[in-house]
Design a protein around this ligand. Structure first.
Ligand code: SPV
Ligand code: MN
Length: 653
């Protein structure tokens, strides 16, 4: 007993929370919360948690405070409040609602998302930082009084499956019932987890206020939008915004904290990756994790027909028993709705047309209450309600731009278990064994459609750390410009570039069975700019990767990795797509384009030399070795080398 008490006191002194303060915090909570909510909070015997809630009750000054447990009643309360408060509007189908973010609050705000750093800390030029003292002062100023006249929601969630090695408890304080409701759909409940952790200080904290609202319930002061991340405190502030990527703490805000936590603890990785079960011969299921920058086919890969989905956005990877295990941090999808149609996305389509809990965001709602979005199969109505308010076809915004019927980043929020292809291992506390890791970019002229790396380190460097994606018409600026985005995680990196690459290299070292690392490219084009593959072809690439992880297919060794043999692909195209895959198609798709590869190596090397002084030497060695292999091959076979020039080794490669 005494020892525990002493340990508690020591913990308080270490964390800088003076004991005197505890009773003060308690006093505030007692005064400001009604009995029922106070009891729910007090039942979690965690002084750090109480201090956090009390601090923001005082600062934000809400009218009422709701503390949610994991009970169905409390979850239903949040959902009901989202509608009562007008943050979500019911649609014609039961359980479906629509939420609107402000017209200028439709995406992650990269400029105003910053790491709070103390003097002397240098996170490198890719990470947006602000002096901690200045940043905290500024954002607390914006949060001050931000909940006056509003209700504060205090909610508990768990990242990763509960009662697992992956689990991270999180507390979200927000004045948005929509944010809390989204988290009920996207994450596992965490009140009981907090009960179980007692007075542990090891949890993530998120404070969000949408700030003053307009008549249509959107954040009024977007120019004061701030998302500030305190890595030392595992605390994220979000003010004057509603878009989920800026506000739903457990999504991209927690990813940043988790990358830092994984770095500090060592031995695990937090990744911007989907997780999928690929079904192979004899009923076996092999799991793959995959990172793709946006608009490169991540969700469509995770949702490929015939396979099962574990996750579409964020995965934690851990080493256990000589192999890698992965878990989906979430249990729902916050997916881009644009172009979701009945033909290409039958499973999502079905979920979006079935009664049940769905939050649509920033779509067009026709006068009859039916949702519409860009790229849907049905015709678009010419009037309705959308992210700009009441909308008519032809309307323009204050900048003179035509307002689209629904926003191009409009989304849907659903639970994964509402999908017919949800993998049964979603909640497995041990995670799923990861047999392969896939990195995919949008690349018109360099990478072949699928290629296995020579080994873990080669894959991490030449696939993951070299990932680039070409801009599309959907992004601002010129089309076809290659943007560097290592492991598709650049936006969320919380540690210096070189250190992150080093951690990845280290992670796969000395594993008995490291995952195979693959690069995929669904966007290869011919000289006339036509795509060389159809969107369905990724089904075949997945099946090939599945065979490779079991050693059930031979491969051809090229200077850049191992590619499929024509005969294997012909079989797989017949089986998976009932399609005759010709040798001409194969030659065109799988030839090595030496000049483009050499240019890419130079681009990538320059990026690391200039921007990552801490990059590991192995990165440059692997790049140099690949350059040498490409130059030798060019001397022997020319600039574009057909797969026939390389041999399939007799032994299994
Ligand atoms: C992404 O942009 O990678 C997303 C959506 O998954 S957001 O929540 O905005 O990050
Ligand atoms: Mn994402």
């Amino acid at each position: 007993m005494r020892q525990t008490a002493v340990a508690h006191i020591a913990a308080f002194i270490v964390s800088g929370v003076a004991l005197r303060m505890v009773s003060e915090y308690n006093q505030i909570l007692k005064e400001r919360l009604d009995n029922e909510n106070y009891e729910k909070l007090a039942a979690l015997q965690n002084p750090k948690l109480h201090a956090f809630v009390a601090d923001y009750v005082q600062l934000c000054n809400p009218d009422t405070i709701f503390v949610g447990t994991d009970s169905a009643e409390d979850v239903a309360y949040t959902r009901r409040r989202a509608v009562e408060l007008g943050e979500e509007l019911p649609l014609a189908t039961e359980g479906h609602t629509v939420h609107y973010d402000g017209y200028y609050d439709q995406a992650r705000d990269k400029e105003n998302t910053r790491y709070l750093v103390t003097p002397g800390v240098d996170l490198g030029e890719h990470l947006n930082t602000i002096d901690k003292e200045q940043g905290v002062r500024e954002v607390r100023d914006y949060l001050r009084g931000g909940m006056e006249g509003k209700e504060m929601f205090v909610r508990f969630f768990c990242l990763g499956p509960r009662n697992s090695e992956f689990a991270i408890p999180c507390v979200q304080v927000t004045d948005s019932a929509y944010v809390a409701h989204s988290e009920d759909i996207l994450y596992r409940p965490g009140y009981e987890t907090f009960r179980a952790i007692g007075d542990s200080q090891d949890f993530f904290r998120f404070i969000h206020s949408a700030g003053p609202l307009t008549e249509s319930n959107t954040s009024e002061q977007v120019s004061r939008r701030r998302i500030y991340i305190d890595l030392e405190e595992n605390l994220v502030y979000s003010a004057n915004t509603q878009y989920a990527g800026n506000t739903v703490g457990l999504k991209k805000l927690a990813l940043r904290l988790a990358i830092n936590k994984a770095d500090k603890e060592g031995g695990w990785l937090a990744e911007h990756m989907m997780l999928i079960g690929v079904h192979g011969p004899g009923g076996r299921v092999s799991y793959f994790a995959g990172a793709f920058p946006s608009a490169c086919g991540k969700t469509s890969t995770a949702m490929v027909p015939g396979e099962t989905i574990v996750g579409d956005d964020i995965a934690y990877l851990r080493r256990r028993g000589g192999r890698v295990w992965g878990a989906n941090v979430e249990n729902g999808i916050f997916g881009i709705i644009r172009d979701v149609n009945s033909q290409n996305d039958p499973v999502i389509w079905n979920s979006l047309h079935t009664p049940g809990e769905v939050i649509f965001t920033n779509i067009l709602v026709a006068p009859d209450g039916a949702p519409h979005w860009l790229g849907m199969d049905e015709g678009c109505p010419n009037a309705g309600r959308n992210h700009s308010g009441q909308w008519r076809a032809g309307d323009t915004d204050p900048d003179g731009n035509r307002i689209t019927p629904s926003h191009k980043n409009a989304r849907y929020t659903i639970r994964l278990d509402s999908l017919s292809n949800c993998d049964p291992k979603l909640e497995a506390p041990e995670g799923v064994p990861v047999a392969g890791i896939i990195y995919g970019g949008r690349d018109s002229d360099t990478w072949v459609p699928v290629e296995e790396s020579l080994d873990w380190a080669h894959g991490i460097i030449t696939k993951g750390a070299s990932l680039e994606s070409e801009t599309t018409s959907a992004t601002l600026g010129a089309e076809g410009v290659r943007k560097f985005n290592l492991m598709a995680i650049l936006d969320f990196l919380a540690i210096p570039l070189g250190r992150y690459v080093r951690n990845n290299l280290e992670f796969g070292r000395n594993l008995e069975k490291p995952p195979l690392v693959f690069g995929v490219n669904y966007f290869l084009k011919d000289e006339d700019g036509n795509y060389l593959n159809s969107t369905a072809d990724k089904r075949v690439w997945l099946k090939w990767m599945e065979l490779r992880v079991h050693g059930s297919a031979r491969a051809i060794e090229t200077p850049t990795g191992l590619i499929p043999r024509y005969e294997t692909l012909r079989e797989l195209f017949r089986e998976a797509l009932k399609k005759e895959y010709t040798r001409t198609e194969y030659m065109q798709q799988f030839s090595t384009r030496v000049a483009q590869h050499l240019e890419k190596l130079e681009r990538i090397e320059n990026i690391y030399r200039k921007q990552a002084p801490d990059a590991p030497a192995q990165l440059y060695e692997i790049i140099a070795a690949q350059r040498r292999r490409l130059e030798e091959a060019r001397a022997a076979h020319g600039d574009v080398i057909s797969p026939d020039c390389f041999s399939t080794p007799d032994e299994m490669k």
